[in-house]
Design a protein around this ligand. Structure first.
Ligand code: COA
Length: 217
């Protein structure tokens, strides 16, 4: 018997409640654990160490995004499966986390990892658009649930808000396999760069005609 794939409409998307922060930290750490940039930043370390390194980073930065940006969670069967983090127009970059959180992150990740992340962010920042736009900082789905429409559903929900504002959108990805996914949503490659020896694509989506002001889904 063929098992039916869960349908995208079974996914509930809503702003992440602060009570789900710990779950969100673990989920994003896992979603990005094996991405090329995460491997390059963590050098020589195995999967468990990369997971921990990512958790330290997310624990420091996600609360700031929750307070200052847009964080959408995708739940299926009451469990968080995917997460989208975006900076609001003129909201990039997010302010740094409080000192205590930065210090815990630095100690947890180690100086080498933290300085390589700083290099990555500086390289991306140098190409970042200076006009008014929405910025997709992070979109991650737990690997066990990828390819089931969860990432697409999160992206569609966020883009509806971008289009209501009639603004461009910007993101970066370190996987060429993601280019088709974003291309179907209207993004195209604006810049190609190499960071820590890893190819990275910066993608831009031009403004679309927004719905009349006040028209909310
Ligand atoms: C990219 C990502 C968010 C897509 O979410 P998703 O729920 O798997 O996406 P959907 O099911 O809606 O769409 C699947 C598409 O994503 C792409 N994709 C990327 N990784 C995939 C995976 N592991 N399994 C299946 N599809 C994947 C495919 O191109 C697929 O396109 P197709 O419809 O032509 O087959 C998710 O794969 C992910 O978290 N990847 C790791 C983290 C990452 O790279 N995030 C993006 C950085 S900006």
């Amino acid at each position: 018997m063929v098992e039916a794939l869960p349908r995208a409409e079974d996914v509930a998307i809503a702003p992440l409640p602060p009570s789900q922060l710990p779950e969100a930290v673990g989920l994003l750490a896992r979603a990005f654990r094996d991405n090329p940039l995460n491997r390059a930043v963590a050098r020589w370390r195995g999967a468990r160490a990369r997971q921990r390194i990512n958790e330290h980073g997310m624990r420091a930065h996600l609360p700031v995004a929750l307070a200052r940006g847009r964080v959408l969670g995708a739940q299926r069967e009451g469990v968080l499966r995917g997460l989208l983090v975006a900076a609001l127009p003129w909201g990039y970059p997010f302010p740094p986390p409080p000192w205590g959180a930065r210090l815990r992150c630095l100690v947890g990740q180690g100086l080498g990892v933290a300085s390589r992340w700083a290099q990555v962010y500086a390289a991306l920042d140098a190409r970042h658009p200076r006009d008014e736009h929405w910025y997709l900082g992070t979109l991650g789905v737990h690997p066990d649930f990828q390819g089931q429409g969860i990432g697409g559903a999160l992206l569609t929900r966020w883009l509806a808000e971008v289009d209501r504002d009639g603004l461009p959108a910007w993101l970066e990805t370190d996987r060429d396999s993601n280019l088709g996914f974003y291309g179907r949503a209207g993004f195209s490659v604006a810049e190609e760069l190499e960071v820590l020896g890893v190819p990275v694509w910066a993608l831009r989506r031009e403004p679309r005609a927004g719905a009349p002001p006040g028209a909310v889904e």
